[in-house]
Design a protein around this ligand. Structure first.
Ligand code: BGC
Length: 236
């Protein structure tokens, strides 16, 4: 039996791992989640070679969604802080489209993750705690693209990402990192007055903050599940 509705190949490119999964038209997984380490150096050529290999291990698909750890404008990479400078200006979406002969949509990784998590009501902020610090802001479910809280200077000439990213976690340890996280969240409430905050990413498992009904911890899988939303104008 074949699925009539379009199948999305969702790809999540991270600083340490590249993940991939097939989704149905509403974002439900229809394959296993595949993960391989991000190649080194993580240049466009090396990442594309890894994607070509991964693609061979997965079934048929009709379209592609890519979550990328940087700012994306019209399918072109604008920033790539935790990958490689060779990405800047790289037309990633059109390169994959020509190579795989499938339509491709791309967005920032935290934005894609957010689409799977948000409820689509009010002001919602998403933070992802992984190699870098991802951030995405939505009003009534519409993304305000380009928010890069991670690279905003915070304390002592260091950025939020310096404190809360992977390097910050390793430098400060779990207890201090959680203290910084609580203070950073406090800053975001004053800056954005969000109605709900979602926190995801590989390091979210280290969070020890007290439960708060306005804060939801989201699964890391959401990084892929939000991929279908790129094809549905952000709707699930
Ligand atoms: C990048 C963001 C990204 C985050 C998580 C940051 O360094 O600037 O665009 O969302 O890392 O990957």
């Amino acid at each position: 039996m074949t699925t009539a509705k379009p199948i999305t190949l969702a790809i999540d490119i991270g600083g340490t791992g590249i993940k991939l999964m097939l989704l149905d038209d509403v974002g439900k997984p229809i394959s296993e989640r595949h993960r391989v380490p991000t190649p080194h150096p993580p240049t466009p050529d090396n990442v594309i070679e890894t994607l070509d290999d991964l693609k061979k291990t997965i079934g048929k698909f009709d379209r592609v969604s890519i979550g990328f750890p940087g700012v994306i404008k019209d399918g072109v990479v604008f920033t790539a802080a935790n990958l490689n400078p060779a990405w800047i200006g790289f037309p990633f979406a059109s390169t994959i489209r020509k190579r795989w002969k499938k339509p491709v949509r791309m967005a920032n990784d935290a934005a894609v993750q957010g689409f799977a998590a948000i409820r689509g009501k009010g002001v919602e902020l998403v933070l992802t705690l992984g190699t870098g610090l991802g951030s995405a802001l939505y009003t009534d479910g519409r993304l305000c693209p380009g928010l890069e809280l991670g690279h905003h200077p915070w304390r002592k000439d260091l950025t939020y990402e310096d404190y809360l990213g992977k390097a910050g976690y390793e430098k400060h340890g779990k207890k201090k990192w959680n203290k910084y996280l609580a203070r950073a969240i406090e800053q975001t409430t004053r800056t954005f007055n969000w109605d709900h905050l979602y926190i995801g990413g590989g390091n979210a498992k280290h969070i020890t903050l007290d439960p708060d009904p306005k804060i939801t911890l989201v699964s890391n899988e959401d990084g892929l599940l939000g991929g279908a939303a790129l094809w549905n104008n952000g709707e699930k």
